[in-house]
Design a protein around this ligand. Structure first.
Ligand code: SAM
Length: 497
């Protein structure tokens, strides 16, 4: 078979040039690069005696992934008698090109290939089959190989797709995980799917229902992460952190998961590979997925999982700052007056301390609106956003109310998070929390848990932490050291691991 994948990629580029990106973005359309498609196809482990292969590519676009998989299957000409490929694509603009590409694929495949192009909504068109199985096991066409790069699109909680798969949804879902869930549903037992997904589903409460079902009906056997987001989609500027997963439809846990990563190269030459124990990757009652790249990561997760409390367990909570500053411009002031209170921004977080004022615009707020104000109590501030280039994801600072005695209330901008207590935290307790959040261990842990640069308070509230008296003790030790550095925090932490 001549290099048909490259040919289809060239045709895709011409198509791309003819359409504004905005139009494709509104339907979640991004195309996989040739290298990524070939890599994805290479991940499938082939059954020994495969004679017939049923392939599924949902949201097929121009058919890049189908072509990559068919190309891979050419290696099995000796045993393979027939390939049947099913593509779903509901964008009327692209189906013409997809049909041409599938026709070409059928012509050039050395293994006899038949195909069906279903111009239907992949999710909604299967609603009846999917729902029926919740009650009785209806007979339904199943596939040997499922490959996909699903649309990335948030939809309403009452959208027809969301209503078709209610068992996966919690609030407004994203089409990508409905596609992944349906892909697994469409797979034969013990067969594998290879899917591109953003990394967001691996943690957080929002995806819990999906994670539980997906990882109960299937098991992760390979995870590939990209260091650079643009490696996956040529020319596309996709801002999501992306991963490729290979999932086997089985209830049996494998011993390990292969975790690979590439660093800024487009051709998958320089692949870093780590074999991680399955139970260390998929853990906890919420099935969080930890992307471990080496033994240090494995050790980090194991050390932290020995702590058996969470912030809410010990009467504390991380919350997101209260004030969306640009919505309340008229309340902001650059200078202090009798009726203003400090509004803390991430710019006030400096090397573990809160420095205020810093002559920043709008660093005071004048309001009586209770939703924008909080009691002036001891807090641990943690920046909500950091950049990828910064050394740390977790950047905390100790806030002591005694340093701002004249105020009974203060406010916080929504780009910082803060940890507060049901009862006011003592100075030692805030310093103890600082030890945790400024340690290398917790920073690594958060990085493994959540690939994004955003610190999400819901997630922090589920992190394992020690009990309050241990935290207090840690704070005392740090205070005695008169040193707020990461090294000092690591030194204090060491004893408690
Ligand atoms: C992210 S693109 C991927 C295209 C192609 N698989 C690739 O990897 O290059 C997702 C595709 O799914 C299609 N799509 C979106 N929603 C769909 C739905 N409900 N049913 C079928 N296709 C859909 C879009 O039109 C788009 O072509």
């Amino acid at each position: 078979m001549p290099n048909i994948l490259s040919h289809i990629c060239e045709r895709t580029e011409s198509y791309l040039a003819s359409l504004p990106k905005k139009a494709r973005k509104s339907i979640g359309q991004f195309f996989t690069s040739r290298e990524t498609a070939a890599f994805m196809a290479s991940l499938f482990r082939m059954p020994a005696d495969l004679s017939q292969a049923m392939l599924l590519d949902a949201g097929a676009g121009t058919g890049i992934l189908s072509a990559a998989l068919v190309e891979r299957l050419q290696e099995y000409q000796a045993t393979l008698n027939n390939i049947h490929l099913v593509c779903y694509e509901n964008d009327a603009q692209i189906v013409g090109l997809l049909r041409d590409n599938l026709e070409l694929l059928a012509k050039q495949s050395a293994v006899p290939l038949t195909y069906e192009l279903r111009e239907q909504n992949y999710i909604v068109s299967q609603r009846a089959d999917y729902e029926k199985t919740l009650f009785s096991r209806a007979k339904h066409e199943k596939f040997d190989f499922v490959i996909g790069n699903p649309p990335y699109l948030k939809i309403g909680k009452d959208a027809p797709e969301a209503l078709s798969m209610p068992d996966l949804c919690y609030g407004a879902p994203n089409l990508y995980f409905l596609f992944a869930g349906m892909g697994l549903f469409n797979l034969k037992d013990d067969a594998e799917m290879v899917y591109i997904m953003p990394r967001s589903w691996t943690s957080g409460a929002y995806f819990t229902k999906f994670r539980k079902k997906f990882l109960s009906d299937g098991k992760l056997t390979h995870i590939h992460i990209f260091d650079s987001r643009n490696d996956v989609f040529d020319h596309e500027d996709v801002l999501q952190e992306t991963m490729i997963v290979r999932v086997k439809k089985t209830s049996t846990e494998p011993e390990s998961v292969t975790i690979t990563s590439t660093h800024g190269n487009h051709d998958f030459h320089d692949i870093h590979c780590y074999q991680a124990p399955y139970h260390a990757v998929v853990t906890g009652k919420d099935n969080y997925v930890f992307i471990l790249s080496n033994d240090t990561d494995k050790e980090t997760v194991s050390q932290i999982s020995h702590f058996n409390h969470t912030l809410p367990d010990i009467g504390l909570k991380m919350r997101t700052g209260l004030t969306v500053d640009f919505r309340y411009r008229e309340l902001l002031s650059d200078i202090k007056t009798d009726d203003t209170v400090p509004l803390f921004y991430s710019q006030h977080i400096k090397n573990g301390k809160v420095v205020f004022p810093v002559s920043k615009q709008g660093e005071y707020i004048k309001t009586t609106q209770s939703s924008l104000l909080q009691m002036n109590t001891n807090l641990l501030f943690v920046k909500r956003f950091t950049s990828k280039e910064e050394h740390r994801r977790l950047q905390p600072a100790v806030y002591l109310s005694s340093e701002y005695k004249e105020y009974s209330k203060i406010s916080t901008q929504n780009k910082i998070n803060f940890i507060c207590g049901e009862k006011e935290l003592s100075t030692e307790q805030v310093f103890g929390l600082y030890v945790l959040f400024n340690s290398t261990l917790y920073d690594n842990y958060y990085r493994i848990l959540n690939g994004s640069t955003q610190v999400n308070s819901t997630e922090i509230n589920t992190l394992p932490i020690p009990d309050l008296s241990t935290i207090e003790q840690m704070g005392k030790e740090l205070l005695a050291m008169h040193n707020m550095t990461e090294m000092a925090c690591n030194h204090v932490m060491e004893k408690y691991l």
